[in-house]
Design a protein around this ligand. Structure first.
Ligand SMILES: [Zn+2]
Length: 151
């Protein structure tokens, strides 16, 4: 059981009769389940694709179960890639949920590019003081793609 299992998605609120409209605020085409909102919605998918692409990886995850299997087998140690992926995917989930709430309760919205830039800012800010071995080609490429400054 993770925190995400308890999120009050529209489908869950509908189940307890708090709301009638269960559609996703991003695409308005599918029901807003956790799986849809954070993974399968085109909005989420584009963000995941961008995060993976900027890290030189290909996004192939289609379910939370897949995601946790993948994360627990690859997120080991303290490599720059692992740190970036952890920060970026935490930020992705945070900003998607924040964006969903802003659209529902405040009526304002940001597009995918703006959300991705917000994720990028978090990654860059969190890694600003990290000592990075830039002789490592993989690290230097990650710094370039994520705009992490050289120090
Ligand atoms: Zn959607």
């Amino acid at each position: 059981m993770t925190l995400l299992d308890r999120l009050p998605t529209k489908v869950r609120l509908h189940r307890i009769e708090l709301i009638n409209d269960c559609h996703c605020v991003f695409c308005n085409a599918q029901l807003e389940t956790r799986e849809h909102l954070f993974l399968q919605c085109p909005m989420a998918e584009q963000l995941w694709n961008s995060v993976f692409f900027h890290s030189g990886l290909q996004f192939t995850i289609t379910s939370w179960d897949d995601f946790f299997v993948w994360a627990s087998s690859t997120w080991k140690g303290k490599s720059l890639l692992t740190s970036i992926m952890k920060l970026a995917l935490n930020a992705l989930i945070y900003f998607l949920w924040e964006e969903r709430n802003k659209r529902i309760f405040k009526g304002c919205s940001r597009n995918v590019q703006e959300l991705f830039l917000a994720i990028k800012d978090v990654v860059r800010f969190q890694l600003r003081d990290r000592k990075i071995n830039r002789n490592d080609i993989a690290n230097s490429s990650l710094c370039k793609h994520w705009d992490i400054s050289c120090s």
